[in-house]
Design a protein around this ligand. Structure first.
Ligand code: 5AD
Ligand code: SF4
Length: 504
């Protein structure tokens, strides 16, 4: 880095899990380039915004944040601001027009260029905008600074080949590109070797995995995702595997079987519904129908009776009538989701739905939205109440995992993904990353309570690493876009945390 002295950085992340994981790569790259993470609350020499564009308020949030930073930057010579991610990919030089004090704008396809762009902006004393139309480097081939000692993200693919009419993602993240199974598994193993207990496989549409390998020598394979799940089952020390997100149109029974038959795959499924009305689903260009969706849930529950199923629902898609909305409520009633991410439809310029007739008036959308939330809250509470008396195994989580001084409770995540606040009693030795068992004694819509005391505590290597403040590292794993990466670093040997610190 030019200038000689060490610069501090901070990354602010908006949006989905893909972005959270991309931010781990951004941080890894910056640390490789000599930056150090800013201490909490301190002003950083570099602030990177990793942005989201999925809904309108994401735009407002970013530009609001940038305005706040303008006076900070004027008072701090040499400070730089970079904006990357989906909104940068969408807005390109509009970012600079709205916030001319930004130094670098980079997109979703060229994360790896960030350090060079920062140097160039500093050297030329001129803002740099670099947005590419297709993927330059698969983010998994970049170094990562991981957020957690016990839980890790691993990408199986980037991009999406679907054409949902409301969604801006395909135009921002590009066509789907899949990683080789061997590369995915090598990254999972590298994390587990360092004590990580839980891995979440990430892709915009994981069940399309296998049809778009970047590597031309890897044969196309429709069963690739189920095979990948089964292969995760063979990784010793890997206790919990989750994945997000599948698409109901292509969700096949081989994945359900692999989930049910592989003990470390968690009984949890995120299955985006979007709408319960066949007419609206058609207009959304989502090729499944209500009956098929409910059929998938039946088969999942037949194979895994205790599976927690979550979903995404959009209210107020153009043309949605009261009758259509009642169909959504009907599916929600039948589906018994353990939780639902509910969204008011937001027109995204450039998507087909944005110019459809019959945009639903905002007051109608809000009224429906409130009815949907009320129904789902009742179901969340009912479903959680049914769990009272059952035994749970909890992976203690950080942030909320600290003992709450008022209640004496800590927090863990059950195998099915539910959040559980548990009474730790006089056990002062429990750390984030450790595994405890307890019994559920209380329920609320969005969490459970286990006040029966812990039945067992298992101190883990992840807990040791968390306590020591060390985090797993993964060297760039695998090949780039179809071509072997010449001189790619080998996977890190087993070490318990060569710690590059921090938590998002
Ligand atoms: N308006 C509202 N919600 C949207 N989503 C995606 N695009 C839009 C939009 N234009 C929701 C979908 C998706 C989730 C990540 O965000 O429900 O599954
Ligand atoms: Fe994630 Fe989509 Fe938002 Fe991009 S636009 S951050 S892919 S949710």
């Amino acid at each position: 880095m030019s200038g000689g002295q060490v610069k501090s950085y901070s990354v602010r992340t908006f949006g989905c899990q893909m972005n959270v994981h991309d931010s781990e790569r951004i941080s890894g790259l910056l640390e490789d380039a000599g930056y150090v993470a800013a201490t909490d609350g301190a002003d950083a020499d570099l602030v990177v915004f990793n942005t989201c564009a999925i809904r309108e308020n994401a735009d407002n949030k970013l530009y609001g944040n940038l305005s706040h930073l303008a006076p900070v930057k004027s008072a701090r010579p040499g400070m730089q601001i970079a904006v990357g991610g989906c909104l940068a990919q969408k807005d390109k030089d509009v970012v600079l027009r709205k916030a001319p004090w930004v130094d670098v704008v980079f997109g979703t396809h060229n994360i790896g260029s960030l350090p060079a762009l920062l140097d160039r902006a500093r050297h030329n004393e001129q803002a740099q905008v670099e947005i590419l139309d297709s993927l330059e480097t698969f983010p998994s081939t970049l170094p990562a600074r991981r957020d957690s000692a016990y839980s890790g993200w691993v990408s199986v693919s980037v991009g999406c080949n679907n054409t949902c009419t409301f969604c801006i993602v395909p135009s921002l993240r590009g066509k789907e590109v899949d990683r080789r199974p061997g590369d995915v598994l090598a990254e999972v193993r590298a994390l587990v070797d360092q004590g990580v207990l839980e891995v979440t496989l990430l892709g915009q549409n994981v069940n399309a995995y296998g049809m778009s390998f970047a590597d031309p020598d890897t044969p196309r394979n429709r069963g690739a995702f189920a095979e990948l799940l089964r292969a995760c089952g063979d990784i010793e020390g890997l206790e919990r595997v989750r994945f997000t997100s599948p698409h109901p149109a292509e969700f096949t029974d081989d994945v359900i079987e692999a989930m049910a038959q592989t003990p470390n795959i968690c009984p949890q499924l995120h299955m985006p519904l979007q709408s319960g009305s066949d007419r609206v689903l058609k207009a959304m260009r989502r090729s499944y129908r209500k009956k098929k969706f409910l059929g998938i849930l039946d088969r999942v529950r037949e194979a895994m009776p205790h599976a927690a199923i979550t979903t995404d629902i959009i209210v107020g898609f153009p043309g949605e009538t009261e009758e259509d909305f009642l169909e959504t409520l009907d599916v929600v009633e039948k589906a018994r989701f353990s939780s639902a991410f509910t969204f008011q439809y937001s027109a995204r310029p450039g998507t087909p739905a944005a110019t459809m007739d019959d945009q639903v008036p905002p007051e109608v959308v809000t009224e429906r939205y409130q009815r949907l939330i009320a129904l789902q809250e009742r179901i969340c509470l009912d479903e959680n109440t049914r769990l009272i008396g059952s035994d749970v195994e909890l992976l203690v989580v950080a942030d909320e995992g600290r003992k709450n001084s008022a209640t004496g409770r800590m927090t863990g995540r059950a195998r099915d993904g539910r959040l559980v606040h548990f009474a730790a009693g006089d056990r002062t030795d429990i750390r984030p990353g450790d595994v405890v068992t307890s019994t559920i004694t209380g329920a609320a819509p969005h969490h459970l309570v286990a006040d029966a005391g812990v039945a067992s505590v298992r101190r883990t290597r992840a807990g040791d690493a968390h306590e020591a403040g060390t985090l797993p590292t993964t060297a760039p794993v695998g090949v780039g876009l179809g071509m072997p990466t010449i001189g790619a670093a080998p996977i890190e040997p087993a070490t318990s945390g060569c710690g590059t610190g921090g938590c998002s």
